[in-house]
Structures are given as structure tokens and as C-alpha cells.
Design a protein around this ligand. Structure first.
Ligand code: FAD
Length: 379
């Protein structure tokens, strides 16, 4: 716990999901002392569609964390259906892979520990900025002082409340449900099936299990009250979903569910903490790009942090401004497109019409996919 006391620089990362783990590996491999504080233990299932774009592969390879060793499911095609079941498919411009968060996060943790990251299992309760240092308070451990804190604590945390972050004052009327299933599903495919009030992603993971994960508006869900009834009454209106669920066997005792998911704008720096991953903003999951963005934002954060620690002429203000600017440059447009697509696809008639139009001009769907994804993340 005291191992980094007295060192010139000490980076504290709050949250050990994809953004936290990736930035931890990057910084530790560059010789920085890093403490990573995660409230949960590993490995652990998370609510996520588990389709990840290939755009981050060069960066993960550079970090010596190539997920190829985990034998993920290769994914090269998207099948999209409107709520009435009408489909269109397209080749994914960069392609991607299916891997469970259970396996991926645990794998990255191993890489982080091997790079010298100190893992602290605890919940961060507050972060203060004093005398040009950040002081991170936890539930059970003594406070930790560091040069810089990175916020990587996900979509919504008690820490957001503690920091009175503005996005909490806006409605977040979404519920997400995820489970793993045994069942038949084509290799190489990720499916996105719309249903009234939401959409559902289906793809294979590294074990061959199907990940079925959907997002639904709370209002639509509340009318039915429980997951089983809502699934049968609403999701099954899209016959593709009815077929998939009826021909699959759940591998979890209960599906995982989370609510109050916000897709609103979030600040990128708070209490001099650089926010990464979902803590800085979550793209609508129908884009299938949140994980790649979390990893990419970790790289942006690690780059400016390293410069701050090594270049005396690069002060904290410049680091924070550059981080915000680079984040906006990389992701603002994708986030806007994600909101637009989400609004279009939530309207049943419009989404049916859109799928029909896309069927007659097949180039439209790959074009749309490119608007919500990045290029290969060069080093
Ligand atoms: C329904 C749904 C489906 C999705 N499907 C896809 C998909 O198919 N493809 C894709 O690319 N993206 C998808 N996403 C988005 C993707 O899951 C996220 O963008 C990604 O998980 C972000 O990673 P992260 O590291 O920012 O956050 P997380 O992975 O959520 O990590 C945050 C970590 O912080 C920890 N934490 C929180 N508070 C504290 C605290 N106070 N102290 C200590 N630790 C704390 C948490 O325990 C957690 O481990 C989906 C999202 C949703 C909601």
C-alpha cells in the first residue's frame, strides 16, 4: 500500500474495466508507478454486447496484450433487422471479434499485474485535489495521494454523485439485460435485432456461447414488470428474436441487468481527474463501439499523462486542455451519430422504412457503420 510513497510521480486509476486496465498497462510499461483501484474482484461477467471492433488491435498488440491468444470469435458481418423482422446485412468495414468481458478484463488484469501495476480492491468514495496532488479516499484503505488520478469508473458510480456530476441531473431511462446462452448461431456474425422500445445484439464469444444483450426504454419495460414477460410480449414481436431465444438454453442462473444508463454528455475533466471510457461518455450500444472507445480514450489519457510527467514545460492546465481536445476530436462525431441512429431506430415505422431503403442501396449500411467507428488505432 505504501510502496509508491515518496516517488516523484504516482498515477492512481479509479476503476478496473477496459479503460482503467488499458491505461494502467500503458503507463506501467512506460515505467510509471500505477495504482489501480477496482471495487469488484476478477473475473466477473458484465452487461455488454461483447462485440469489439478490430480498430484497437494494433494498440493492444503494442501493449503486448493481443487478445488473439484467447481465441475470440472472429466477426466480419452484421445482420440488422427492423422491428417487423425485415433484414439487411453488410460486411463490417474493419471487422471485429466476440469475447466475454469475463475473460477479456481478467486477461488485461494479468497484463497489468505483470507490468507492475498495484491492484487495490476497494471502492473509491471521494477524490480531492490539494497542493497540486490528488487525494483518493476509499471505503477501507487509507487515502492515497498521487500526481494524477484517472477516472475510469464506468457508466454510473457513487463517485459521480459525490462529484455532483451534471449528467446525473438528466433522465437516464434505459435498462440493459444480458445473458450467455447455448444455441445455434452462424459463425462470423453479429446480429442487431430491433424491437419496439429497444434493440438486441447477438454474437458468439470465445467459448462458442451466444451473448444476447439488449437495451430497452424503461417506460416500455415497466408496462410488463419483469424480464421474462417483457421478453415474450415485446422482444418476440421480432420473429428473429423469438427464434433465437426459443432455440437457446440460458447458461446463467439469471440474466444480468443494469438500469439508469446515461448516453448524455459528460465532462472530460473533473477535480483535475481525466475521465476515460464510459466515465467520459457512453456511445449508444447499437454502434458496437463503446469498448474500442474506452481503450482508445485510455491511450489518449496515457499519452498526455506521460508528457506531463516528463516535460516540465507542459503544465497541468495544458494536459487537461489537450486531453479534452483529443477526446472530442476522436469521439464527438461518433457520439452524435450514435444518438441520431438510436433516435431513428427507436421509431418502429421509420426503422422499417430505413431498413428497406438500405436493402435497395447496400452501400448505405457500411457507410453508416464507418460513421460510428474509428480507423485502426495507429501507434
Ligand atoms: C447494453 C450494452 C451493450 C453494449 N455492447 C457493446 C458492444 O457490443 N461492443 C462495444 O464495443 N461496447 C458495448 N457496450 C459499451 C461497453 O460495455 C462500455 O463502453 C465499456 O464497458 C466501457 O468500459 P469502461 O472501462 O469505461 O467501464 P467498465 O467496464 O464499466 O469499468 C468500470 C469499472 O469501474 C469500477 N468502479 C465503479 N465505481 C468504482 C469506485 N467508486 N471505486 C472503484 N471502482 C469502481 C467498476 O466496478 C468497473 O469494473 C455496451 C454497453 C451496454 C450498456
Amino acid at each position: 500500500m505504501l510502496m509508491y510513497m515518496g516517488l516523484e510521480h504516482h498515477i492512481i486509476i479509479i476503476g478496473g474495466g477496459l479503460a482503467g486496465l488499458t491505461s494502467a498497462i500503458h503507463l506501467a510499461r512506460e515505467g510509471m508507478p500505477v495504482s489501480l483501484i477496482e471495487k469488484n474482484t476478477y473475473p466477473r461477467h458484465k452487461v455488454c454486447g461483447e462485440y469489439i471492433s478490430n480498430e484497437i488491435l494494433p494498440y493492444l498488440q503494442w501493449l503486448d496484450a493481443d487478445p488473439a491468444v484467447l481465441a475470440p470469435a472472429d466477426i466480419s458481418r452484421l445482420l440488422l433487422s427492423a422491428a417487423n423482422g425485415k433484414t439487411i446485412s453488410a460486411t463490417l468495414p474493419l471487422g471485429g471479434f466476440g469475447i466475454s468481458r469475463y475473460t477479456l478484463d481478467h486477461f488485461l488484469l494479468g497484463k497489468a499485474l505483470a507490468a507492475g501495476v498495484q491492484l487495490i480492491t476497494d471502492t473509491v468514495t471521494d477524490v480531492e485535489y490539494r497542493d497540486d496532488r490528488c487525494v483518493v479516499k476509499m471505503k477501507t484503505h487509507a487515502p492515497l495521494t498521487g500526481t494524477i488520478a484517472l477516472g475510469a469508473f464506468g457508466k454510473r458510480s457513487t463517485l459521480d454523485q459525490r462529484l455532483s456530476r451534471a449528467f446525473l441531473r438528466k433522465p437516464a431511462p434505459w435498462l440493459a439485460v444480458k445473458g450467455h446462452y447455448e444455441g445455434a448461431f452462424p459463425d462470423g456474425l453479429v446480429a442487431l435485432h430491433n424491437f419496439p422500445g429497444g434493440y438486441c445484439g447477438v454474437s458468439k464469444t470465445e467459448t462458442g456461447a451466444l451473448n444476447i444483450c439488449y437495451l430497452v426504454q424503461m417506460d416500455s419495460f415497466r408496462r410488463y414488470g419483469d424480464i421474462d414477460r417483457h421478453r415474450e410480449e415485446v422482444l418476440y414481436r421480432n420473429h428473429h428474436l423469438k427464434t433465437i431465444f426459443n432455440n437457446s438454453r440460458p447458461l446463467f442462473d439469471q440474466p444480468l441487468a443494469i438500469s439508469q444508463i446515461s448516453f448524455g454528455q459528460k465532462t472530460k475533466v473533473e477535480q483535475h481527474m481525466l475521465m476515460t471510457g464510459d466515465t467520459a461518455g457512453l456511445i449508444h450500444p447499437l454502434c458496437g463501439n463503446g469498448m474500442a472507445m474506452a481503450i482508445h480514450s485510455a491511450r489518449i489519457a496515457a499519452t498526455v499523462v506521460l508528457r506531463y510527467c516528463h516535460d516540465a514545460g507542459y503544465d497541468r492546465q495544458r494536459m487537461e486542455t489537450e486531453y479534452t481536445r483529443e477526446w472530442e476530436k476522436a469521439f464527438s462525431y461518433r457520439m452524435k451519430m450514435g444518438r441520431l441512429l438510436n433516435n431513428l431506430f427507436l421509431k418502429d415505422r421509420l426503422s422499417t422504412w430505413l431498413v428497406q431503403q438500405m436493402a435497395s442501396v447496400p452501400a448505405i449500411l457500411p457507410f453508416i457503420i464507418r460513421q460510428t467507428h474509428g480507423k485502426y488505432l495507429a501507434i
